[in-house]
Design a protein around this ligand. Structure first.
Ligand code: SF4
Length: 289
């Protein structure tokens, strides 16, 4: 049985060796959870919880990036399961809306957690991706930054790869983790997600991303009120105009079209960039594309 404790014990003092002389001693006992160890100390890697494809295999696939600053770029996508938010229009509800979860979703479908998740270690994932003719990885979700402890050994071993992270920007990357990341595509959620503001906006994390030169921001828009919220966040966190992408909300090409002229008008007005959701147009709303 493995007992996981978090305890650092420091004992020190002097020992009289019997001849009158005293020797100083110091003993450090470190008992800590492997999860809390800095990665360089931990010999035990934590499994990465991946979302599953329809075929119940880990959702790792090679495709064209459909959104944001790297749109059109061939990429290997690794989809993580688990999210700390519960957006009503989330297009990957199978990463978090498991049986027992009561947060509403437009599709109102619940998923079996055992069917929807696979746990793999970094070496297993490397075996699955090494034959793709591509050295660019996108870690997406769910919320990948919830699994930094498991992902760090993976991204540390990926020599010659670039790694982008798609995040909701509520979790700050650890320093050692950040050093391995090429780009963050942050998607702070607006009130149209139906998630309360104090949960979907973490000011400390968002301020960190706003200052980081590797971060871009992507907002999902489905009404004119979203535009006011975006302006407020831009002002509050000093988000840079040329790093902001707006996308029309929608789970298929038709629903995207219903919002896109409002979004393009606002981009033209404010100098923000328009992002399509190219994968939905090219491949439709399905897993693994
Ligand atoms: S943050 Fe992303 S993955 Fe999480 S619920 Fe919202 S849209 Fe879905």
């Amino acid at each position: 049985m493995i007992i996981e404790l978090s305890l650092i014990q420091l004992s020190y003092g002097y020992i009289n060796n019997g001849s009158g002389a005293e020797s100083f001693f110091c003993v450090i006992i470190l008992l800590t959870s492997p999860d809390e160890m800095p990665p360089f100390m931990s010999k035990k890697t934590r499994p990465i919880v991946l979302a599953n494809s329809e075929a119940q295999t880990p959702e790792i696939f090679y495709s064209i990036q459909g959104e944001g600053p790297a749109i059109g770029r061939p990429s290997i996508f690794i989809r993580l399961s688990g999210c700390n938010l519960y957006c009503e229009w989330c297009d990957t509800p199978y990463t978090w809306r498991f049986e027992g979860v009561t947060f509403p979703h437009v599709q109102n479908q619940k998923y079996n957690k055992v069917r929807e998740q696979t746990r793999l270690h970094s070496e297993n994932i490397i075996q699955l991706i090494e034959d793709y003719p591509c050295r660019h990885i996108v870690l997406t979700g769910g919320e990948p930054l919830l699994q930094q402890a498991g992902l760090y050994p993976l991204i540390s071993q990926l020599s010659g790869y670039t790694v982008d992270i798609e995040t909701n920007a509520t979790v700050k990357p650890e320093r050692h983790f950040d050093e391995k990341v090429s780009m963050y595509v942050c998607s702070p959620k607006l009130s149209n997600s139906q998630v309360p503001e104090n949960i979907r906006i973490n000011p400390e994390a968002l301020a960190w991303f706003a200052k980081d030169s590797k971060s871009y921001f992507k907002f999902v828009v489905n009404s004119a009120s979203c535009l006011d919220e975006i302006q407020q966040l831009v002002s509050q966190f000093s988000l840079k105009q040329d790093r902001i992408y707006l996308m029309a909300e929608g789970m298929d090409a038709k629903s995207i079209e219903s919002h896109q002229s409002m979004v393009t008008d606002f981009c033209l007005d404010q100098g923000y960039r328009y992002s399509d959701r190219l994968h939905l147009r090219l491949f439709g709303n399905k897993r693994g594309v």
